[in-house]
Design a protein around this ligand. Sequence first.
Ligand code: AMP
Ligand code: MG
Length: 430
Amino acid sequence: MDCWDQHDKGDVMVTPPPLKNDCFALPPGVDWTPVDDALAQLKSALRCVVSTETVDISEARDLFVAQDVIAPRASPPKANSAVDGYGFAGSLANEEEVIRLALHPERAAAGVPMQSAVAEGQAVRILTGAQLPEGVDTVVLQEDVATDGQEVVFHGPLKLGANTRKAGEDVQPANVMLTTGQRLRATDLSLAASVGISQIECFRRLRIGVLSTGDEVCDVTQSAAPHQIYDANRPMLLSLIAAWGFVAVDLGHVNDDRDQLRERLDHAQENVDVLLTSGGASAGDEDHLSALLSETGSIEFWRIAVKPGRPLAMGMWGAMPIFGLPGNPVAAATCAMIFARPSFNVLAGGHWMMPQSYWVKASFEKRKKPGRREYLRARLIGDQVEVFKSEGSGRISGLSWANGFVELPDHAVTIRHGDLVKFIPFDSFN
Ligand code: AMP
Ligand code: MG
């Protein structure tokens, strides 16, 4: 059962139970799991791991709603004018004739309700946002009126209610405005504020740790020895997580040393809800993440039919799910976006997400064999998409060059110039 289903019974879950140890188990007997099956497994097995809290709307952007938000009042609260003009009783304006009304001495302005009513045969000066005074249901635009300060004159017909906003036409009291599991965007916060809601019951922001592994990997703030490479994964993954609206927790780098890694995982478990590691996830001698996850009995080697991407090591360290990404930066980025990103939504209390994609014309040619789904580093320019000149998964320059992926299907395809291909902008993971 998904965590938000529990709200249907009217009770807010405070501390969610841990995920099951076998939550990453793929169907047995499959050699290379298709991407869609792997995604379906994540979608069905994962659920919310964070508790709820009451959050000021100024802090709530990108959080997931934990309890439906009900409007406590109407918006707008009272009927008001949509324009600057003159207000009167609209039944006067049905005729196709010149309408002449006596100007009422008061003025109706936004935030300053009028003291007196507007009588039949009168019109009142009214400004945008002003509550309609008693006796007014229709407003004529000031541009359409001639006045000498005593009378206002304009041409009919004018529809009853023209240029006004009805009370509650945007939101009615007791309307459900925001629903459980929905992610709060700037526009949703505006909607909440419009009916006086300053706090929303949300799921606590998911904390995601990032840990790099490998003896050859050197932190970018240190000076790398000739046999070392700089850690290109950690800054990328931390920055992606922040862009996705979660809390990115830098857990540093650890050598290929089992005891050190074990300590680091124990530390991570105290500080984050979910962990992204990179490197050490295969079955080699120095792949200690795999070895440690095997000890817990929760390791799942995900041999996914995807390119780029070597096996992913998925598992649980206590209550903390781990996504063991490949070390190669291109594969790490791809697997983080395709597999980890939608999972984070669910862990954070939201719904499963699929990134927005578009069919655009290819400005490249390619033959692809059947078997593996491919994510090519791609760049949308105008209405055409190009792909990076190299498919090597160590080519970070291609990641930096690209502004999205071209996704090629599991089956064989031949792409010619002008064929439509599926483009997924990197921004659509945000
Ligand atoms: P691994 O998955 O540990 O076998 O690593 C696969 C490849 O990715 C190796 O060439 C590593 O040197 C490289 N690699 C691993 N971690 C990183 C990192 N944090 N930054 C850049 N390259 C890395
Ligand atoms: Mg390694």
